[in-house]
Design a protein around this ligand. Sequence first.
Ligand SMILES: Cc1cc2nc3c(=O)[nH]c(=O)nc-3n(C[C@H](O)[C@H](O)[C@H](O)COP(=O)(O)OP(=O)(O)OC[C@H]3O[C@@H](n4cnc5c(N)ncnc54)[C@H](O)[C@@H]3O)c2cc1C
Length: 223
Amino acid sequence: MSAPGVARTKVRRHPERGQYDRATIDAILDEALICHVGFVVGGQPYVIPTIHARAGDHVYVHGSAASRMLRTLGAGVPACLTATLLDGLVLARSGFSHSMNYRSVVVLGLATEVTDGAEKLAALEAIVEHVVPGRWAEARLPNEVEMRQTSVLRMPLDEASAKIRTGPPKDAEEDLDLGVWAGVIPLALVPGTPVADPQLRDGIALPEYARSYRIQNRRRTRR
Ligand SMILES: Cc1cc2nc3c(=O)[nH]c(=O)nc-3n(C[C@H](O)[C@H](O)[C@H](O)COP(=O)(O)OP(=O)(O)OC[C@H]3O[C@@H](n4cnc5c(N)ncnc54)[C@H](O)[C@@H]3O)c2cc1C
């Protein structure tokens, strides 16, 4: 992990919002369902949304072995992985001071393709369990063809930062008397009621992990 103040992961704007401890970084990565991975191909930056999972000191992403993102990253180009949790809209008295409450993580480094079969399977399990805890034990395991068609990459978490904004608007002192409502509209990702596949065989009950699915209650501590 980068030491604050010396590294390229140092948060410069509002440095008081920067955090660098692994517990904070891990909690954000574990709660975020998706991330965005940035990399450059031929001078053109691409930022691609994808699913991730943290396991221990790495964050894993996966996808089709034919995907440009996975082929590019697997070749060892510098990458930037970002996960963002949006917690609220901050309505200030001035347009200038509007903001958002958030928790975000930026990870810099080189991705490496996971070639070891056991680690690859464990990473795929981590990704499934990251999204829906309890699902891996029930779903059919990947077969050899599916494993070949899937690439898994890992990035180390040794160069990472978190940035967190919380609380009310920060209006300028001279704006506090304005007759304009100010405050925070909290936001949260809330699951709806599960909808069964129209082709679902008769007699299969909705599993408890789906019935009681809560984004914030997913497993926060991993190996
Ligand atoms: C939902 C959301 C909305 C935002 N809206 C705006 C906006 O409208 N305008 C704006 O200028 N900024 C916005 N930000 C903040 C933005 O992400 C940057 O933090 C900001 O641009 C300042 O970057 P910097 O110049 O300090 O750092 P940079 O020099 O760009 O980055 C230096 C290092 O700081 C770390 N870092 C920077 N930002 C983050 C972050 N968000 N999370 C984790 N690590 C970080 C990274 O490791 C990076 O390598 C928003 C952030 C979020 C999550």
